[in-house]
Structure formats: structure tokens, C-alpha cells
Design a protein around this ligand. Structure first.
Ligand SMILES: [Zn+2]
Ligand SMILES: [Zn+2]
Length: 204
């Protein structure tokens, strides 16, 4: 068993990273943020305690601790980290992010992802072209209503949501539904030819 601890947060260390023994999360954190010191500021007294539970709370103090335990930013390969910013590398970024989640956050995400399955559209079977704006509007309106129902169903599968009082649930859905629907439409946009595709299966 590997019982070496991360010098920054005390989590299980994965090796020597940028000149210090650190965990996966602190390694990714340092790689992403070593050159961004001036972008963050501490909301407290610049001496927040950093452990594996609190490490996400204050980037300033975490970064300060990284430097204090000897991590060196000149070892961070900026060409690699710039490369990672490219849109094509988003899966890599997400993977790095996922590594930096703790157990509680991971469980929340698992719950969210499994609930979000019901927002997916069925396989696209029909493509119908609409000739007037009015037709397109009607289709979009029906889809928005359909999506709204699914978002509500999805939300009731998320334990944190079901624990809220009725008033808060309604307020959250009222403001959240339009936003989620807007985000969902992105997957229906054809970026090559600049048009929206609208799955029309199951509408009525
Ligand atoms: Zn750590
Ligand atoms: Zn702080």
C-alpha cells in the first residue's frame, strides 16, 4: 500500500510533481494555476488551512502552500498546459478535473450524470424541414415544453433537490429550466453548416 502523503493537502500522494510529493489533485491544480497567482485572492486572512477536504475552498492559500512546500512553476511545461487549453482537448481537461474531485463531489456527479440520462433525445429518426418561422417556432415551443418536463423528472432524482422545500424547488426550476434548455440546444447545432437540427421524434 502506498501511504505517502501529499505535502500540500495530505491526500494519498502519487509521486514527485513539480519538485514536491503531491496527490493527483494538487498536481493538476498546480499545473493549471502556477502562473495565475495574481488572478486569485483569499476571502479570509491568507492562511486558510489546506487539507484534502478544504483544498477546494481557497485557491490563493492552496497555491501559496504549493510554493511553500517547494513546487516550482518553472518546471511546469507551459507549452503543454497551453496545448491543453485547446477546445479539442476538453476531454483531457474534464478528466483532470474529475481527478481533483473528492469522494463527496464524485458521488454528486454520479447522481447528476445518471439522472441527466433522461434528458437525452432518442436517436434522431426524422428530419423535417420547416419553411416558415412560425413552423420552427411551434416545433421549438413543443420541444421546450417536453424538455421542461424531463428536467423536472430529472431533478426529482437528485437527492439534494428533493431535500429542498417546495418553494425553493419551484424557484430553482423556474430559473433553471430556461438555462438548461438553452445549454441543451447547443448539442443540436451544426457548427459546419451553421444551422439548428431539431429532433422531432416523440413530439405531440
Ligand atoms: Zn494534495
Ligand atoms: Zn485563503
Amino acid at each position: 500500500m502506498n501511504d505517502k502523503k501529499c505535502c500540500v493537502c495530505g491526500d494519498r500522494a502519487v509521486g514527485n510533481n513539480f519538485n514536491a510529493l503531491t496527490c493527483e489533485s494538487c498536481r493538476s491544480f498546480f499545473r493549471r494555476n502556477a502562473f495565475r497567482v495574481e488572478e486569485f485572492h483569499c476571502f479570509f486572512d491568507n492562511n486558510c488551512s489546506i487539507n484534502w477536504l478544504t483544498r477546494k475552498f481557497c485557491k490563493t492559500c492552496r497555491l501559496k502552500k504549493c510554493f511553500a512546500v517547494g513546487m516550482k512553476k518553472n518546471i511546469v511545461d507551459t507549452t503543454v498546459s497551453n496545448e491543453r487549453q485547446k477546445v479539442s482537448d476538453i476531454p483531457t481537461l474534464i478528466r483532470e478535473l474529475i481527478f481533483s474531485f473528492n469522494e463527496l463531489e464524485m458521488n454528486r456527479f454520479r447522481e447528476l450524470f445518471s439522472s441527466a440520462v433522461m434528458l437525452r433525445d432518442p436517436v434522431l429518426k426524422t428530419i423535417s424541414e420547416t419553411n416558415t418561422y412560425m413552423d420552427s417556432f411551434t416545433v421549438l415551443q413543443k420541444r421546450a415544453a417536453l424538455k421542461c418536463n424531463r428536467i423536472i423528472k430529472m431533478s426529482t432524482n437528485i437527492s439534494e433537490f428533493t431535500n429542498l422545500c417546495e418553494e425553493d424547488k419551484i424557484a430553482l426550476l423556474k430559473t433553471g429550466c430556461p438555462e438548461v434548455i438553452c445549454l441543451l440546444t447547443v448539442v443540436n447545432f451544426d457548427f459546419n453548416d451553421n444551422y439548428w437540427t431539431v429532433p422531432v421524434v416523440n413530439i405531440n
